[in-house]
Design a protein around this ligand. Structure first.
Ligand SMILES: *Cc1c(COP(=O)(O)O)cnc(C)c1O
Length: 425
């Protein structure tokens, strides 16, 4: 649009932003283009991106290989329905995903977004028991501080306090919440951390379809990092009490924690696994639900079928870009890059622990978190970060970054310096 201010004014009055008021619109910054790890604003400023667009843009922006994959796919078809039709990009992407996934994952259901993949995972777990004529096992067990998405099924397993339970009281399924394990930065592992979970899974085993949790890192529910021992004990308890295990790798998947999938820290395989976010390298929305042979066979007993089928299921354009993104990741020294980011984050953020305003500092892989003692004043802090030439978007008490893996040490230092300065205010 030529009337630059005109469109901004229009969108301010007519276009919703996430978790924001339309009546008192928050300040938003107009982006003209993005390249590498930089966002170029309409006013001429450029920002080093610490968020990877909500953790998705792992290769940065305007990536030649992904542009090319999209352009090439457009030449043949942008989309066709998946009911009764199929295409090569879906098959090739599934093949690669299953090869990378923890042992035992055998099928993929392609969904439109992370939240939808969580809905499908929950349906799969419930149908697994229903198909076997066990209609009592319909509830889920999860841990506090979790985040699994904003749709109704997913909201029901988000943290009851930081999630949106109170707004939708009575409308969400009543699931069971166990205490979350402690942050690794605060405590070594001991068995007391699994005690509440162990008690609840035993007590509720006959009504539990599945356990759902984020492995090793809890993202939007608090940016917490917990010990692999907890995840291993969860897997063992699920087996002992005959409950399926769903892991939500939507935030952690595709190398973010330093492993391809965070499950690898514990050496476990789930029964069902959700992936999304970085799957397409941040180009477009696509998610997947992976399942093992046991789940697939269980769902189909007595000739049952999985009751889900989104309009844009396995969108060929998204599948092609995802395939290119995964190949690009595998062709890059991604693990060395992420471990180098981890090392630098540790050395440049750890000094913040001594600030009186700071409660905790946590680093794993390409994730760096400063937890403040008080909630961050976003209206004040956001423009401050922009002034400093970085894009960092805190929430609650958390100032954190999850940058693209391709970020240079110099640019990463700019991000951590800005974090330190803002945390010290
Ligand atoms: C972002 C996220 C979701 C929801 O994904 P959307 O694509 O936003 O629907 C679910 N689970 C986790 C762990 C996430 O980080």
């Amino acid at each position: 649009m030529s009337d630059k201010n005109g469109w901004l004014e229009f969108e301010r009055r007519h276009v919703w932003h996430p978790y924001a008021s339309m009546q008192k619109p928050p300040q938003v910054f107009a982006v003209e283009r993005a390249e590498g790890v930089r966002l170029f604003l309409q006013d001429g400023k450029s920002l080093i991106d610490g968020m990877a667009s909500w953790w998705c843009a792992i290769h940065g922006y305007n990536v030649a290989a992904l542009n090319q994959a999209a352009a090439q796919q457009l030449e043949s078809m942008a989309h066709v329905m998946f009911g009764g039709l199929t295409h090569c990009p879906a098959s090739e992407l599934a093949e690669l995903l299953l090869r990378l996934a923890p042992n035992g994952m055998k099928q993929v259901f392609f969904a439109d977004s992370g939240s939808v993949s969580v809905e499908i995972a929950i349906k799969m777990a419930i149908q697994y028991w229903k198909s076997q004529k066990n209609s009592k096992k319909t509830r889920l067990l999860t841990i506090r501080h979790g985040y699994h998405g904003d749709t109704f099924g997913a909201m029901g397993v988000c943290d009851p306090d930081t999630g949106m339970h109170h707004l939708f009281a009575g409308m969400l399924a009543q699931h069971i919440f166990a205490e979350a394990p402690e942050n690794v930065s605060q405590a070594d592992w001991d068995e007391t951390q699994i005690a509440d979970f162990a008690e609840k899974i035993e007590r509720h085993q006959h009504e539990l379809a599945a356990v759902i949790l984020e492995p090793i890192v809890q993202g939007a529910g608090g940016m917490r990092v917990y010990a692999p021992q907890f995840l291993r004990r969860v897997r063992a308890l699920c087996d002992e009490f005959d409950v399926l295990l769903i892991v939500d790798e939507i935030a952690t998947g595709f190398g973010r924690t330093g492993k391809m999938f965070a499950c690898e820290y514990a050496g476990i395989s789930p029964d069902i696994m959700c992936v999304g976010k970085a799957l397409t390298g941040g180009y477009m929305t696509l998610a997947g639900v992976l399942s093992n042979a046991k789940v697939c066979a269980g769902v189909h007993q007595n000739d049952s079928i999985l009751m889900h089928g989104p309009t844009f299921m396995a969108n060929p354009l998204a599948c092609s870009v995802a395939l290119a993104s995964l190949r690009l990741l595998l062709d890059s020294p991604w693990q060395a890059r992420v471990m180098a980011i981890e090392k630098q984050l540790k050395s440049e953020l750890v000094s913040c622990r001594n600030l009186p305003q700071v409660a905790d500092v946590r680093v794993i892989g390409a994730i760096g978190v400063i937890e403040m003692k008080q909630p961050v004043d976003m209206a004040r802090i956001q423009p401050l970060f922009v002034e400093k030439g970085v894009w960092i978007r805190p929430f609650g008490k958390l100032i954190y970054i999850m940058p693209p893996y391709i970020i240079s040490p110099e640019d990463l230092s700019c991000l951590t310096r800005a974090m330190r300065e803002v945390a010290a205010i």
